[in-house]
Ligand binder design. Structure first.
Ligand code: F6P
Length: 365
């Protein structure tokens, strides 16, 4: 069955990579071929490949045996925004709207619809393409789980597993050497990974971007534990967490990126501060991109397969400009225009925060 005149679709993976991207590519391509006899194009390196006209027809074989593989066979990039693309002239660099050229390239290749797999940045551009009349469906990806409109993004579950496993291992050194171990996890503006991995690993202190911490409270807490004979503490800190009245710790700025700020280093800052105030032996471990790698968990493989299948189904039902979401345990979709420019942060009244507080976890306040 072919609906709404769609014969050929393209898909791309944008932004930071994440476990489960290949599982979505597989689900989209196999569904499109098996169920609707469509032609499927893979765009390389996200919007950059669309801008540079780097795309190819995907064969069934190419997407076979990739369900469990981390990363993306298409490549990804978080450096290109088609509506604000950096072009370097003889005298200076300026930004240019090249979205019209992208649309022309899709048309020239006979592509009727586009599936964009990505996070907030990717969806912001997808919403603008939809506004320009392109048949677009978004699929929510990010280990940070901060995409607005969906209860969960694929990749998050795997990242939480990876972080929890690492913290469990760090626990033994903390205990043997009576140290304060500070583990920095990803999460720029939303602390979902820190909250979930922190609770799952039984960490003593969890620091989130949403709850600015007080250094004196953290020091009192670890000191109190040490006085009670608990001679070690585990602190999980999201990279975007900051002290009350303070600023996020920026590692560097990436000039060509639509979101140029790269965070990192808050754990090292805390090591100096906590050691300085308590005299306790402290160490920092920054988990970084380890959290974005590896094979997806069964949960993420299932979610990615559901999302990919649903994306093609929506297109074939004639629905466009929507993001596939999981809401209250059900697969559905919402307009991309409602998602663009927003992020989903951890609310203060989150049930897991309440449970963590009840079992004695500190949030540094
Ligand atoms: O958005 C996902 C994410 O992993 C963030 O948590 C992190 O701050 C950022 O990407 C890192 O980006 P990059 O790979 O460009 O350093």
């Amino acid at each position: 069955m072919k609906a709404k005149g769609i014969k050929s679709i393209a898909l791309m993976t944008g932004g930071g990579d994440c476990p489960g991207l290949n599982a979505v590519i597989r689900a989209v391509t196999k569904t499109a071929i098996n169920k609707f006899s469509l032609e499927v194009w893979g765009i390389e390196d996200g919007y950059l490949g669309l801008i540079e006209d780097r795309m190819r027809v995907l064969s069934y074989n190419e997407v076979s045996n990739i369900l469990t593989v981390g990363g993306t066979i298409l490549g990804s990039s978080n450096l290109a925004n088609p509506f604000k693309y950096r072009v370097t002239g003889e005298k200076k660099t300026r930004t240019k709207d090249v979205s019209g050229n992208c649309i022309k390239k899709l048309k020239d290749n006979g592509i009727d619809a586009l599936i964009c797999i990505g996070g907030d940045g990717t969806m912001a551009s997808a919403a603008r393409f939809a506004k320009k009349g392109i048949n677009v469906i978004g699929v929510p990806k990010t280990i940070d789980n901060d995409l607005y409109g969906t209860d969960i993004t694929f990749g998050f579950n795997t990242a939480v597993n990876t972080a929890t496993e690492a913290i469990d291992k760090i626990h033994t050194t903390a205990s043997s050497h009576h140290r304060v171990m500070i583990i920095e996890v990803m999460g720029r503006y939303a602390g979902w990974i820190a909250l979930h991995a922190g609770v799952a690993s039984g960490s003593d202190i969890i620091l989130l971007p949403e709850i600015p911490y007080r250094l004196d409270k953290i020091c009192d807490f670890v000191h109190g534990r040490s006085k009670r004979g608990k001679r070690f503490s585990i602190v999980v800190v999201a990279e975007g967490a900051k002290e009350k009245g303070g600023k996020m710790v920026v590692a560097r700025k990436v000039a060509h990126s639509p979101d140029p700020i790269r965070l990192g280093g808050v754990a090292n800052v805390l090591v100096g501060q906590i050691n300085g105030q308590t005299g306790l032996d402290c160490r920092a471990v920054v988990l970084g991109h380890v959290q974005r790698g590896g094979t997806p968990t069964p949960f993420d493989r299932i979610l990615a397969t559901n999302f990919g299948h649903m994306a093609v189904e929506l297109l074939m039902k004639g629905i466009k400009g929507h993001l596939v979401v999981l809401k209250d345990g059900r697969l559905s979709s919402i307009p991309l225009s409602r998602v663009a420019g927003k992020i989903k942060t951890v609310p203060r009244n989150n049930h897991l925060i309440k449970a963590a507080l009840a079992v004695g976890t500190s949030f540094g306040i």
